[in-house]
Design a protein around this ligand. Structure first.
Ligand code: SF4
Length: 717
């Protein structure tokens, strides 16, 4: 029997787990009571790490397509096939002919987070897509313009705030998103036990709403209107109080002028909140000793996602709550992540290139994945002819998934790095698996810069494996894309990546001694970080290192050209008339579709683990009793849901938790397709709600898909 203490890499909460083994068999996974951040918390997904590790459907050897069938192959055969087919496409059709899609798990994997960019640069394509353009780019967009870097995102200081206003967020189920906070339930309980208040704005009475003091069932897609009305009341009732922020903020008067139009009365019908309630909320927010406004997926997956994301932080600024304890604060991550080392002051820019077919702008080096199918299906120079997917399942996760699925059939070549043969990777010509979370080292590079407390935790691999680490696989692909072939020297490439990391961190690469791979880079980044840490310090602290509560970081955290918080960025203000125009449009009364988070799901994966899917079918269309009666829908009976993009047949769940006029279907399901290797998921298939999501509906600024408020029709089967 042995025990390992690991950081759970499955979601953003970064919980510490205690995993027990009998030899190489996982016998248990529970919360690590000594973890400095999560203190014993674990959710059902984390507790299923053993089931994930031992899943017999998980790929352990590469697959290569021979005579139309994916068959097991050696690693050398797999790389030889890639070398045979990928470089000719690059040579004949140019770098943009190869598209790349990186899924959400690639952020939670230290190898792909550190080495993905080497491969992406070697390919040199403008057709780079990630899951971020499905749900979170608006927040990066607004943060980039307001604070100077798209990862300089303030998070609610959950452990000290006395008033928390949550919009479109259900952290009790998501376990936090763009906010790393293990045990959200305990932290919310802490707010109330301190005498504080929690207000949830969501079209659904979510589990988070159920533990809040107040819930307001807003109309889907109306968050920006509500937020603007709150801003309006702050100005109109003389409640704006920047306090010590005053010298660090530009653009307050421009926001005042724009907010004039968005009175509580003007937005009441559109939002579904009474004007008196909106005024009361604004006064409460202003009067709270400390307060934080936080918006998540419901606010970023709508037609005004960037405006809503911006207005969340406008409220934090106008109430004086930005950058103060108990407000919305900037974490200071240990490994020198971007928000820990603001660069030279310069405007953050978008639109450095545009998509070929729909002329959509690049944001953060990414094009909207909603246009990937266009780029594959539309003939002409620059057409995407080959695709590499990294830990992603866009056939379930991206809008108009049916069209994208058809498009994958038109590719000349496709490579997938993935541990499952899923709804997307079944289209690949080569599939390259990776080790399980227990077979690889881990440091949460991305998420500690969004953590509600400053912490650092290194997890060495708990088990040996003969599956190559993803960083080695990515470097072999880098060699192929760079013209060095499949026999490129991985050690030399690793040394180059480390040298670049050292240069950026401002340290000598030799400081890491004879370490290699992610351990060397994390050591270098820690040495260049703000806490004088080394990897050896973290290795000596298996339960993590607590670096203390968040601290005030203005103005040093800013990298805007002015050195100020830009409250009124021109690009965002230019989009306000589009929002204002909505006020004049009549409500059409159509049903609208929203998504739904589920605790046992991790977007489109984890459905192949029996402990997480057993029991009642959770992939249902929730409708309010009044809509069910009006439409003749019966609880448990099937219904057809149609949108412009497609239709699905799904069981109805009648519940008064959902706002009338709204239908909710969870995302990530739809495993009833041939050619996958996921027997449990297939037996609990559900339906793919992204068949309904309309790839033509985007947030105008960020290109992020509209998943919240899709017009649909519903009728009984
Ligand atoms: S909340 Fe997230 S990090 Fe914590 S155990 Fe669950 S899946 Fe893992």
């Amino acid at each position: 029997m042995s025990t390992a203490h690991v950081t759970c890499p499955l979601c953003e909460a970064t919980c510490g787990l205690e995993v027990t083994f009998d030899g190489s068999t996982v016998t248990g996974a529970r919360g690590d009571a000594a973890d400095v951040f999560s203190a014993g918390f674990v959710c059902p997904k984390g507790a299923s790490l053993g089931a994930l590790h031992h899943d017999p459907d998980r790929l352990r050897t590469p697959l290569v397509r021979r005579d139309g069938e994916l068959v097991e192959a050696t690693w050398e055969e797999a790389f030889a096939e890639i070398e045979r087919r990928l470089p000719p496409i690059l040579a004949e059709h140019g770098r943009d002919a190869v598209g790349i899609y990186a899924g959400n798990p690639s952020v939670h994997n230290t190898s792909t987070a550190l080495y993905g960019s080497a491969f992406f640069k070697a390919v040199g394509t403008k057709n780079f897509y990630t899951a971020g353009t499905v749900d979170q780019i608006p927040k990066h967009y607004s943060a980039g313009l307001m604070f100077g870097h798209p990862l300089t995102i303030p998070v609610p200081d959950l452990d000290r705030t006395s008033y928390l206003l949550l919009l479109g967020a259900n952290p009790l189920v998501s376990n936090g998103s763009l906010m790393t906070a293990p045990d959200v339930r305990g932290r919310l309980r802490g707010i109330r036990s301190r005498g504080g208040k929690i207000v949830v704005v969501d079209p659904k009475r979510s589990r988070t709403a159920e533990v809040a003091d107040e819930h307001h069932a807003i109309r889907p897609g109306a968050d920006a209107l509500l937020l603007f009305a709150l801003v309006h009341v702050l100005f109109a009732d003389d409640l704006v109080a920047l306090g010590p922020l005053e010298p660090h903020v530009a653009g307050v008067e421009a926001v005042r002028a724009l907010a004039d139009l968005f009175t509580p009365d003007a937005v009441a019908e559109r939002t579904g909140l009474a004007a008196t309630e909106i005024r009361r909320l604004a006064h409460e927010l202003a009067a709270a000793p400390t307060a934080a406004v936080y918006g998540r997926i419901g606010t970023t997956t709508q037609a005004f996602g960037t405006l809503a994301s911006w207005l969340v932080d406008v409220l934090n600024v106008l109430t004086g709550n930005l950058d103060r304890p108990g407000g919305a604060m900037f974490p200071l991550a240990a490994a020198g992540q971007p928000n820990a080392r603001p660069g030279t002051r310069k405007p953050w820019t978008v639109g450095r290139w545009r998509s070929r077919v729909r002329d959509l702008p690049e944001v953060l080096g990414e094009l909207p994945v909603a246009t990937l199918a266009d780029e594959i299906l539309t003939p002409g120079e620059g057409r995407v002819r080959a695709l590499v997917t990294v830990c992603g399942n866009p056939c379930l996760s991206t809008p108009n998934a049916g069209r994208l699925t058809d498009a994958l059939g038109q590719l000349d070549f496709m490579v997938s790095l993935d541990v499952y043969l899923n709804e997307t990777t079944r289209h690949a010509d080569v599939v390259l698996p990776g080790p399980t979370p227990l077979e690889r080292p881990h440091y949460d590079l991305a998420l500690y810069q969004l953590a509600v407390r400053n912490v650092a935790n290194w997890t060495p691999a708990a088990l040996p494996t003969d599956v190559p680490q993803e960083w080695e696989t990515l470097l072999r692909l880098t060699g192929i894309a760079a013209g060095m072939g499949a026999v490129a020297d991985v050690s030399a490439l690793d040394a180059m990546v480390a040298a670049e990391a050292a240069r950026r961190a401002g340290v000598d690469v030799a400081a890491a001694g004879d370490r290699t791979g992610p351990a060397r880079i994390i050591d270098l980044l820690l040495r260049g970080g703000p806490y004088d840490l080394t990897l050896a310090d973290l290795e000596a602290a298996p339960h993590g290192v607590d670096l203390g509560p968040l601290t005030s970081r203005l103005p040093g955290v800013l990298s805007t050209a002015s050195g100020l918080v830009e409250l009124a960025p021109a690009a965002i203000l230019a989009d306000v008339p589009r929002l204002a125009a909505v006020l004049a449009e009549p409500l059409d009364g159509r049903l609208v579709l929203i998504g739904r988070r589920q605790l046992g799901s991790n977007n489109s994966w984890m459905h192949n683990l029996e402990p997480l899917v057993r029991g009642q079918n959770r992939c249902t269309a929730q409708v309010h009793p009044t809509d069910a009666t009006r439409l003749g829908l019966v609880d448990g009976a099937p219904a057809v849901v149609r949108s412009r993009a497609g239709k699905v047949e799904i069981p109805v769940e009648v519940t008064d938790a959902i706002r009338p006029g709204v239908v909710s279907i969870p995302h990530g399901w739809g495993h009833d397709v041939d050619g996958t290797r996921a027997s449990v998921a297939r037996a609990h298939a559900g339906v793919n709600t992204n068949l309904l999501a309309d790839d033509t509906l985007l947030d105008a600024l960020s290109g992020t898909a509209v998943l919240n408020g899709i017009p649909v029709d519903v009728e009984p089967v």
